[in-house]
Design a protein around this ligand. Structure first.
Ligand code: F6R
Length: 605
């Protein structure tokens, strides 16, 4: 939700900021803007539209200077207009600010500032911040003190960066939304996320809540809200900048679908002892989980579907596990105590709903183990333990490769839990699961190379609605198939457990509602029966299954996955559905990597 960037000491400030914003666009693309300090004041340029539109609209002589900040917006307060685009300034334009988060008391602050004669020009909550800083500057405070005093007045969440007239400095702070400093030779960056500057440096310092970073051409320093210095630790990010580019692909989404074999190899690498078959996960000692008797997954969107898949893997291993939608966790009547293991599953590690559910679980005494893709993310920093899914950076807003890597990570975690927790019965065919896991990247490659998803997508692209059904492990896949489809095609897609179809949803079925039936695993025959019931009412059936015979009479179209262990067939089936969504959205000419109204990192509840 909104991406912010700042840089000092680079040659081309505006183009560095714009490049950084392009890399952060997955966080929002309603409007973009930059502000640059060039010794004779602050020059601002901002527009509604995505980053490339704003870049194209830049004047021939863009603002020049050596210190600048930029923003790409996902609107919360106020529509996506030029006026509401960041950076925001005080009335005299002496202070410019970019912000990610929500200022909850902005109404009150705005009224107080208006009462002293300040006029506001936007609908945003952010605009109060430069006004406040300017107010304290007018009161005679030094810029850094004015910045800290302004922060003291804010309630809510923020990652904020400010530049102040005649100061060759960026002041920034974190409270509840992410912020990271990048350190290069002679240049310094600030951003919501590392891909913003990964092409320049992979040496970073993550800010914690309540920390302030001051960046100028001579270096950076960290302090708390009182101004007391804070020690910081420089970390090195392993991601390769090439991974954040589109390469020869038209869309990040297709690149990320296609690179799943590599992502899965990374996920699995070094985690299974080839001799004993035992699983080691990011330093979690054998026996680490022996004191827990209940696992609560909390997650949103695609990660929730991976968690649902994972909860079934755990149940299959004899572990009591439930997947909760993170935003509903507090309202569920679940009993959480110190025998609960709470597992937030979150690609970004920044999803506000998930972080909040994790905090609720921790408060009630649970131990938290974050399953995430992003080093240094809030989930990774706040959880008691973290297991990384190692999928590499995912830029497309629609999550693809991270779902696959999450499922595999949860399969490994299920094994560890089953080994540790008393009274569980680890599968006696785990050697077959391991063999299937080893083959998985090749099986997935086979799906990518042989898939008929493009022709299926094109055949049904004019349908009224799309229904996805599955049972057991096929159900999270059906849910994920429908989510992906609606997210990037904007067409109506729903998912049901196959058995539920006849209890109401069958009323939706017509010859223009293709049914994608996930017929994998042991439960396939019942799904085939349910799909047959829909076919009798005229629905075309697209069968996702692992052989040519299953449902031979039933299937109008077939998407085949290689035969593998039943625990992994759903994952392969999901890749077929990812491809269907992609090709359907492409045929409909949708903004695949930036679907309307969405953002990748949802940092508001
Ligand atoms: C769907 C999608 C979203 C995210 C959800 C959670 O393609 O990307 O539904 O899965 O917002 O995000 P994370 O995993 O970052 O917590």
């Amino acid at each position: 939700m909104c991406g912010i960037i700042g840089c000092v000491g680079t040659d081309e400030t505006v183009s560095t900021l714009m490049d950084g914003l392009s890399n952060l666009e997955y966080r929002g693309y309603d409007s973009a803007g930059v502000a640059v300090q060039n010794g004779s004041g602050i020059k601002t340029f901002k527009r509604a539209g995505n980053v490339s539109e704003v870049r194209d609209a830049l004047p021939d002589d863009p603002p020049s200077g050596t210190v600048g900040i930029g923003h790409t917006r996902w609107s919360t307060h106020g529509p996506p207009t030029d006026q509401n685009a960041h950076p925001h300034t005080d009335p005299e334009g002496r202070v410019a600010v970019v912000h990610n988060g929500v200022i909850e008391n902005y109404d009150k602050l705005r009224s107080q500032l208006e009462a002293t004669g300040n006029q506001f020009v936007s609908d945003t909550d952010t605009e109060v911040i430069p006004h406040l800083i300017a107010h304290y500057l007018d009161g005679g405070l030094e810029p850094e003190t004015a910045f800290r005093r302004a922060l003291e007045r804010l309630e809510g969440s923020y990652a904020v960066a400010a530049i102040i007239e005649e100061e060759e400095t960026i002041l920034s702070a974190r409270h509840g939304t992410p912020l990271v400093v990048g350190i290069d030779d002679g240049a310094f960056f600030l951003a919501s996320d590392v891909p913003a500057f990964l092409e320049r440096t992979s040496d970073v310092v993550y800010l914690e809540d309540g920390e302030i970073a001051r960046v100028d051409p001579d270096g950076f320093s960290m302090m708390d809200i009182k101004g007391d210095p804070i020690e910081s630790e420089i970390e090195h990010i392993e991601w390769d900048a090439k991974e954040t580019g589109k390469g020869s692909y038209d869309h990040y989404m297709l690149k990320e679908i296609d690179t799943q074999p590599t992502a899965l190899r990374q996920t699995i690498e070094g985690r299974i002892d080839p001799e004993t078959g035992s699983v080691s996960l990011d330093g979690l000692e054998a026996g680490a989980f022996e004191d827990y008797d209940q696992v609560d997954f909390v997650a949103c969107g695609t990660s929730y579907h991976a968690a649902l898949y994972g909860s079934k893997l755990l149940q299959d291993a004899g572990v009591e596990a439930t997947a909760y939608r993170a935003s509903e966790y507090g309202a569920s009547s679940n009993l959480v105590d110190d025998s609960t293991l709470a597992i937030p599953v979150t690609q970004s590690g920044e999803t506000a709903d998930t972080l909040s559910a994790m905090a609720e679980a921790a408060e009630a005494g649970a131990t938290t183990v974050a399953v995430t893709n992003v080093m240094g993310s809030t989930a990774a920093r706040r959880a008691d333990e973290t297991v990384f899914i190692r999928a590499g950076p995912e830029i497309g807003v629609a999550a693809t490769k991270t779902f696959s890597s999450q499922v595999v990570t949860l399969l490994l975690l299920a094994r560890r839990l089953a080994e540790d927790i008393d009274g569980t019965e680890p599968r006696d065919d785990f050697d077959e699961v391991l063999a299937a896991l080893e083959r998985l990247p090749d099986d997935l490659q086979y799906v990518l190379e042989s898939s008929d998803a493009r022709s299926v997508a094109h055949d049904y692209v004019d349908s009224e609605a799309y229904l996805f059904i599955g049972r057991h492990l096929g159900f999270p896949v059906a849910k994920e198939g429908a989510l992906k489809f609606k997210e990037i095609t904007y067409e109506h897609a729903e998912s049901f457990t196959s058995g539920r179809l006849k209890h109401g949803p069958l009323a939706l079925v017509t010859p223009s509602t293709p049914i994608f039936a996930i017929a994998t695993g042991e439960e396939r025959s019942k799904t085939l029966t349910n799909a047959t019931e829909a076919k009798s009412r005229g629905a075309p059936i697209v069968l996702v299954t692992d052989d040519e015979e299953t449902g031979a009479e039933l299937a109008d179209k077939r998407l085949t996955v290689p035969e593998t262990h039943e625990l992994l067939e759903g994952l392969l089936a999901n890749v077929q559905l990812q491809l269907v969504s992609y090709y359907a959205a492409n045929r409909l000419d949708r903004e695949i990597d930036k679907p309307r109204n969405l953002a990748k990192s949802v940092t508001v509840e």
